[in-house]
Design a protein around this ligand. Structure first.
Ligand SMILES: Nc1ncnc2c1ncn2[C@@H]1O[C@H](COP(=O)(O)OP(=O)(O)OP(=O)(O)O)[C@@H](O)[C@H]1O
Length: 245
């Protein structure tokens, strides 16, 4: 059974396409890594799956109940840390579909928030404002919000970038737990070791799909080179450095 079917999907900004003519299926319960060079369209694809941007053409198909149960973790850079909100309040926002924006929290809701904070190792941080957290603590807090969302489809944009090894390992354990609970996880990742270790399926993106399937068949040197060449060909401002994939 597929959780998501992508049909001839083109996504972009101001009518400029960033992801072209993508076709594929994400099976329910899959762990799919989305990989590719900078500017390949990975974040754009996640936003399209999350429903945060509308397709220029084509479609993202999923059941109505799945569409209403998507948890999306944006890149850390997109979080406004100066916003005056506490850790508890931010994690509580994961419940808003159930409680409504201004609804009160039940005792069970408060317990769920406390449990989520405990699961990410942030017990005692409830009253801290988010601007006082370290990078690793911030990411743990965002995972706690994902936990209380209790979603079937979880979209993660670079969840392990710029965090320490311990936090990375702890959060990867949570992702594995979600997968063992038959949730579907789609993650944009840059670290190929993490992809090979934890994500059986990969989509290699370079505006178009270069390859999509079992990770060891997708992450070949030939495919990675093709992805880099294709993304550079798209980028008007591409520099001459060709080292980092
Ligand atoms: N809000 C936006 N408005 C206009 N163009 C955008 C916007 N966001 C992304 N783009 C462009 O769309 C293309 C794909 O960007 P995207 O962020 O999806 O790539 P990415 O693969 O996630 O890159 P990275 O690995 O660097 O995060 C890029 O050329 C980018 O400049």
């Amino acid at each position: 059974m597929s959780a998501v079917t992508i049909r001839n999907l083109t996504l972009g900004y101001d009518r400029h396409p960033a992801v072209h003519h993508l076709d594929g299926r994400i099976e329910a319960g899959a762990m799919l890594a989305v990989v590719g060079p900078n500017g390949a369209g990975k974040s754009t694809l996640l936003k399209g799956l999350a429903g945060a941007i509308s397709p220029l053409s084509g479609a993202v198909e999923m059941t109505r109940s799945d569409r209403h149960a998507i948890a999306y973790l944006p890149q850390a850079a997109e979080i406004d840390r100066s916003f005056p909100i506490t850790v508890f309040e931010l994690v509580a926002m994961g419940l808003w579909r159930r409680t409504g924006l201004f609804g009160g929290l039940s005792k069970a809701d408060r317990q769920a928030i406390e449990q989520a904070l405990a699961a990410v190792g942030l017990t005692g941080f409830e009253a801290r404002t988010i601007g006082t957290l370290s990078g690793g603590q911030l990411q743990r807090m965002l995972f706690a919000r994902l936990l209380v969302q209790d979603a079937r489809l979880i979209l993660l944009d670079e969840p392990f970038t710029a965090i320490d090894a311990k936090t990375c390992a702890d959060l990867l354990d949570l992702v594995r737990r979600w997968n063992s609970e038959q949730r579907t996880v789609v993650a944009v990742l840059h670290d190929m070791e993490t992809v090979r270790q934890a994500f059986p399926q990969s989509l290699l993106l370079a505006r178009r799909a270069i390859a999509w399937g079992p990770t060891d068949e997708v992450l070949t040197p030939e495919n990675l080179l093709a992805a880099r060449r294709m993304t550079e060909a798209f980028d008007d401002h591409a520099g001459i450095c060709t080292e980092a994939a």
